[in-house]
Design a protein around this ligand. Structure first.
Ligand code: 3SL
Length: 240
């Protein structure tokens, strides 16, 4: 039976051997939720990059550029990091994006055999994809500037809950995530009310993104890292 483990921060990734495994990269607020929303609304490819300057260079290749730092859209970019900015007019486009933590978590996971983009919005689609893959799974939480955060941990717990029949987990990180999710799931918006990033976003007057990103199973997209970009492999299945 394949296993599931949870890496609470990209700073801890050196402790995990990702080779031959599937990483589920998650930044619930808001990078991976935004990417999932973008694919659900027809974006063709997403190129996650770590640095602002590198991201801007993709404009000359016809890409839209997107950037967030400390919750705010960076100057000079086409888009920020709100899922609501990715719901229309982007069909068929490629978006190069850099965010404070989420894109870093993705790029630091490149040793993995498969990188899947996870969020509550596409939770069941990710579950189904992992059951099909039958690889050991490491959930890589984006956290905040190297530190633990609650929302990514809750996602890891939700994934563990849905995978528990088909995957083993004998590590404390997954157990703790599962227990936290089970304590939170009756009212996850309320549970996260005191969390640091929800407060940070509230201080920026960003409220609706939080409740949007905490919805479960809204989209069935499965963004996967392939040849230097993320693509929705659900779309590939449909074409096959
Ligand atoms: O850190 C990130 O990658 C972002 O998702 C943070 S924010 O929600 O856009 O502030």
């Amino acid at each position: 039976m394949p296993s599931i483990d949870v890496c609470y921060s990209p700073e801890l990734i050196h402790l995990y051997d990702l080779k031959g495994k599937a990483v589920v990269a998650v930044d619930i607020l808001r990078a991976t939720s935004t990417m999932v929303t973008a694919f659900a609304h027809g974006v063709a490819q997403i190129i996650p990059v770590m640095q602002l300057e590198e991201c801007l260079t993709f404009a000359s290749q016809g890409c839209l550029t997107a950037a967030e730092r400390d919750g705010i859209k960076a100057e000079g970019f086409d888009l920020g990091n709100s899922p609501f900015s990715y719901m229309e007019g982007l069909e068929g486009r490629t978006v190069a994006i850099t965010t404070t933590n989420g894109t870093r978590a993705i790029r630091l996971s490149e040793d993995a055999q498969e990188i899947v983009i996870g969020s509550f919005l596409n939770l069941q689609a990710v579950v189904q994809h992992l059951v099909n893959l039958q690889l050991d799974v490491v959930v890589v939480c984006a956290g905040w500037k190297g530190k633990f955060n609650l929302e990514d941990t809750l996602f890891a717990g939700a994934l563990a809950e849905r995978l528990q029949e088909d995957f083993s987990f004998e590590n404390d990180a997954t157990l703790a995530s599962l227990h936290l999710y089970q304590a939170a799931k009756a009212d996850i918006v309320k549970y996260l009310g005191q969390s640091s990033h929800v407060k940070r976003l509230a201080n920026l007057n960003i409220h609706k993104d939080v409740s949007f990103c905490l919805q479960h199973d809204v989209y069935d997209v499965v963004p996967v890292w392939q040849q230097d970009a993320l693509v929705d492999v659900r779309a590939n299945y449909k074409l096959a």
